[in-house]
Design a protein around this ligand. Structure first.
Ligand SMILES: Nc1ncnc2c1ncn2[C@@H]1O[C@H](COP(=O)(O)OS(=O)(=O)O)[C@@H](OP(=O)(O)O)[C@H]1O
Ligand SMILES: [Mg+2]
Ligand SMILES: [Mg+2]
Ligand SMILES: [Mg+2]
Length: 358
């Protein structure tokens, strides 16, 4: 069944795809500027800030214009307007306003002009707390900001929560190849970049080009021997415990080196079978946010995979802005999950014993 046929969220899916596609256009324009302006400005966080806010405003605009009217619009998004309302932020607010209005004019769909006040209030559309009842959009306007600044992978990640469950997710990955990036798939349309992943509950997962090609069904790889598996992890060493992921891979007998890329592009790549496993073990005390996993996790589960915490529990997106877990997140296909879970638990036990040998 294609996602369009019999999909109870077809209208929301179409709106979500349009929203992240428009936001991706703004982000790509900013990333090109950053890369052209050279090394000097790479240390400067302001371009990414402009793109973060701009992306969030455009997503909220498109959803409000395109998604079917429901009683109220609710969005849980990463950014808020607090910093922009402070003294000294005038120039950056000016830049965001200009960029957003330019993108809207270039697109041509909407005849809307945002004032500075309109920009600030549109950003604050994302202040919802989410929770177990009603519908809430969940947005990371740029996931993988460090990758964005480096000119590498990043994603615009948007999901819909309905009664506490993720029912739809879209991931725009403007720099991700349409062919395989791992070592499992061989790679076909190798040079073309810009992937749009989407999934709706019960309807499967798909990928299409961000420039608009027909969507193709995707599924996770069917590897059942861990020795043939490869795994994804964060590009940034500070975001994941590499000693632990290394031991898990060793226990499993994984031979291939880790594939390290930024952002939820990892979930997309896993969902189309570029690799077999995704491991994410943040340092102690880090609290995961729902927008960092909502869209990616449904893309993987609808592609036939499993996403759980390190104890094998499903992720619970109904608890507000944070995910209620402190152990880590793992994703793989159904065949490998039992051995992966065991390896994870053995590696954690080993690590704990090493930390307190008595
Ligand atoms: N210390 C620490 N530990 C774990 N995770 C952290 C940490 N700091 C940030 N973040 C979050 O990581 C998001 C970036 O995603 P990834 O970790 O998948 O990509 S990366 O390769 O590490 O860049 C990133 O998302 P964005 O803020 O949207 O870029 C953060 O939510
Ligand atoms: Mg993020
Ligand atoms: Mg972000
Ligand atoms: Mg951030």
């Amino acid at each position: 069944m294609s996602q369009a046929a019999g999909n109870p969220y077809a209208a929301e899916l179409a709106a979500a795809k349009k929203a992240v596609t428009l936001a991706a256009r703004l982000c790509q324009a900013v990333q090109e500027d950053i890369l052209q302006s050279g090394v000097q400005s790479k240390a400067d966080q302001s371009p990414v800030t402009v793109a973060d806010y701009g992306s969030q405003i455009l997503v909220s605009l498109v959803l409000k214009m395109e998604a079917p009217a429901s009683s109220s619009f609710s969005m849980v998004a990463e950014e808020d307007s607090e910093e922009l309302r402070k003294e000294g932020a005038e120039e950056i607010l000016e830049n965001i306003t200009e960029l957003v209005n330019e993108t809207i004019v270039d697109d041509g769909t909407y005849s809307i002009y945002f004032s500075k006040e309109g920009i600030l209030s549109a950003i604050d559309d994302g202040k919802s707390e989410g929770g177990p009842s009603g519908r809430h959009w969940v947005l990371d306007p740029i996931d993988g900001t460090k990758g964005f600044l480096r000119g590498d992978q990043y994603a615009i990640a948007l999901a819909l929560l309905d009664e506490g469950k993720v029912v739809l997710g879209v991931l725009a990955c403007p720099n991700l190849s349409l062919g395989s990036i791992g070592n499992l798939n061989g790679g076909s349309s190798g040079d073309q970049v810009g992937a749009l992943f989407s999934a709706t509950i019960g309807c499967g997962a798909e990928v299409e080009s961000l420039q608009g090609s027909p969507a193709q069904k995707i599924s996770v790889c069917s590897i059942d021997n861990p020795v043939e598996a490869s795994f994804f992890e964060s590009y940034e060493g500070a975001h994941s415990l590499r000693d632990l992921t290394g031991s898990i891979a060793e226990i499993l007998g994984v031979q291939a080196p880790p594939v390290r890329i930024d952002s939820q592009a990892k979930y997309g790549a896993l969902a189309r079978g570029d690799g077999a496993i995704y491991l994410r073990f943040p340092h102690k005390g880090y609290r995961e946010k729902i927008w960092d996993h909502a869209a990616g996790s449904i893309v993987v589960t609808e592609a036939g995979g499993l996403v759980t915490d390190a104890s094998g529990n499903d992720l619970d997106f109904s608890k507000g802005r944070f995910l209620d877990l402190d152990t880590g997140i793992i994703a793989t296909n159904k065949q490998l999950m039992p051995s992966l879970l065991k390896a994870v638990q053995d590696a954690i036990k080993e690590q704990n014993q090493a930390a307190s040998p008595l």
